[in-house]
Ligand binder design. Structure first.
Ligand code: NAG
Ligand code: NAG
Ligand code: NAG
Length: 567
């Protein structure tokens, strides 16, 4: 675990001035709401297993000889195609939330027991069987029936034992109507996306003024495009205004943690995908920065994360007292975002935040509770200036004499083996070292290498992944499958990257040499194509860039949750 405050400069993007209220106030014990939340999971990749299969076929021609990408999926699971992937039949499991644990098995955590009645969810469920088309009831929702006493929800995550279980006060009906309308919109979008998935081969590409996703870098290019356009049409995020900068509404915009500050900043500036009326929001953003908390609140070397966790639980206490939104979904339509190594630990401050909310994290380690069906893997990008545009591009394969390159500190679970095996061996093909000699540029080394090794450091994520993509060097992820790769819900990583289990470190040269020049050229071309999704632009974010891809990942997770009105 990295216990230090980042040393590189981390200029604030912009001091925020619109925070109201106090970020920390008395912790309010939050209670299990009388909400009805059903959680089902969808992922673009495999709503239709046939789609999935055909993608594997089409990409295998180019990468079959690589030590395979066994795991775009949580660790512990088997290999192959299933992963996040849930068929549309998971919508048929009605009122109970079909949630997947890290083995990809379906577990049924009943967030709430559905009290019968012909609500949308049930008509949803009943109309659906297997892979059949989801038929939505488009009739206005029936008048709410008297609700049975709410059943206690199981506490899905640590440190929620102190919660009180009590009935929630009735909300105004008007708010319920709005919520039902929002859910209906989401359900229609979801069914349009699933329709697109099923018929992708019979459809002309969708029109787009900027970019049409195509080709093997996507698990399903058509469905991604459809989903992206639906997001642009519909999705609205509410950013809570409570909390003062720098801990809230601000974050680092340079340094390896920059994606945290950039996202918070861009979200604050966003207009299209944002609403100022929480009653019109599909998702709620908790705009705190763990990096800033570590800087402002953490006592250096104390190893005490208590104050950070209290800040987060107090914040949620305030929001859940002041507004009805947290209680009605138990956090399931809320999201937090952090690139700090401690993001996951800080999120355990509140059991529902950990277990229900969408946690957007760089430290996306599935062995530490990261759940790819619910959480979002955030790319780590080491921004040294305001834009990456100047840091991109690189030569073609023929002008890359080095087979594989790595330089970096000897820490974390993977690097010791890599350095022990390859450092100082004088192999001109595999250049692995801790520090580069004076005068040798790291960026130049990446540009002169065909493959760039990207082992995690203290934690799974590495800024090398984005760097490799920027510099057109094919990335090699080295881990044992526990790293949930960024945007793996839509990107087909094995088309443009190599994944190597740690046990294969000694075989590195062999595995990478086996990639033929033709295969390499193809992969490098795809690296160039996928770069758009990792770009951070100066000024406003652009369509399909990192900011929008993160939001798209949140959108997909939100589509998997249905929040029922409280009636
Ligand atoms: C949400 O639940 C908590 C804990 O029971 C309660 O204190 C709070 O008042 C509730 N919020 C609203 C808006 O009802
Ligand atoms: C996941 O769920 C399956 C089936 O319910 C269970 O056998 C397995 O132990 C669970 N794994 C984890 C890590 O919770
Ligand atoms: C992921 O988490 C597990 C459990 O804490 C840990 O053993 C492993 O080293 C982590 N992986 C990486 C690459 O950091």
């Amino acid at each position: 675990m990295r216990a230090t405050v980042p040393t590189t400069s981390e200029a604030a993007c912009l001091p925020c001035s619109h925070g109201h209220g106090r970020g920390s106030a008395a912790a309010a014990a939050y209670a299990v709401a009388a909400c009805l939340v059903a959680v089902t999971f969808l992922a673009l990749a495999a709503l239709d297993p046939r789609t999935q299969a055909s993608w594997f076929l089409s990409s295998s021609s180019s990468s079959s000889s690589l030590s395979s990408f066994t795991s775009l999926q949580p660790s512990g699971g088997g290999g192959g195609a299933e992963h996040l992937l849930v068929t549309s039949s998971s919508y048929s499991d009605g009122g109970d939330g079909g949630r997947r644990n890290s083995t990809g098995k379906e577990v049924h955590e009943e967030l709430q027991v559905q009290g019968g009645g012909d609500d949308l969810l049930l008509s949803f469920a009943n109309s659906n069987s297997g892979h059949d088309v989801l038929q939505l009831s488009v009739t206005p929702p029936a008048a709410p029936e008297p609700k049975p006493a709410p059943a206690p929800a199981p506490a899905p995550a640590p440190e929620s034992s102190d919660e009180a279980i009590q009935a929630t006060p009735q909300l105004p009906r008007r708010r319920d109507v709005k919520l039902e309308r929002l859910e209906l919109g989401l359900a229609k979008a979801r069914s349009a996306i699933m329709e697109g998935i099923r018929n992708k081969d019979n459809r002309p590409p969708l029109a787009d003024k900027d970019y049409v996703p195509m080709g093997p870098i996507y698990r399903n290019a058509y469905a991604f495009h459809k989903s992206y356009l639906e997001m642009e049409k519909l999705f609205k995020v509410y950013v809570y205004e409570e909390g003062e900068p720098p801990v809230f509404h601000d974050g680092p915009c340079r340094s390896i943690y920059s994606t945290e500050g950039r996202f918070i900043y861009s979200m604050e500036m966003e207009s299209r995908l944002r609403t100022r009326d929480p009653d019109l929001a599909h998702a709620f953003f908790l705009p705190f920065s763990v990096v800033k908390m570590v800087k402002m609140i953490y006592e250096p070397n104390s190893h005490d994360m208590g104050p950070l966790k209290r800040t987060v639980s107090d914040y949620i206490g305030v929001l859940s007292t002041k507004y009805p939104y947290w209680n009605r979904s138990l956090g399931a339509d809320h999201f937090m975002l952090s690139c700090h190594d401690w993001g996951p630990y800080v999120s355990s401050a509140n059991g529902h935040l950990f277990g229900n909310s969408i946690r957007v994290l760089c430290n996306a380690n599935t062995s530490e509770g990261f759940n790819p069906s619910k959480d979002v893997s955030l790319p780590e990008i080491n921004l040294r200036s305001d834009v990456v545009d100047r840091q991109v591009g690189g030569p073609s394969a023929s002008r890359r004499p080095i087979l594989a390159f790595f330089a970096g500190g000897n820490h974390g679970p993977v690097r010791p083996a890599l350095l022990a095996h390859w450092k100082g061996k004088g192999d001109p093909d595999v250049q692995v070292s801790e520090y580069l000699p004076r005068g040798v540029s790291y960026t130049d080394m990446m540009r002169r290498s065909r493959f760039c090794l990207c082992p995690g450091g203290y934690e799974v994520a590495s800024p090398r992944l984005a760097e490799a993509i920027y510099l057109e060097c094919v990335p090699v992820v080295i881990d044992d499958g526990e790293y949930a790769l960024p945007f793996a819900d839509v990107l087909n990583w094995d088309a443009f990257a190599v994944r190597l289990p740690t046990a294969d470190i000694p075989r590195l040269r062999e595995v990478l040499s086996a990639v033929s020049p033709r295969q390499y050229i193809r992969m490098q071309r795809r690296v160039r194509a996928v770069r758009r999704h990792f770009m951070v632009h100066g000024g406003a974010p652009r369509r399909y860039d990192a900011f929008h891809m993160i939001l798209h990942s949140v959108w997909l997770r939100r589509l998997n949750v249905r929040i029922a009105a409280q009636g």
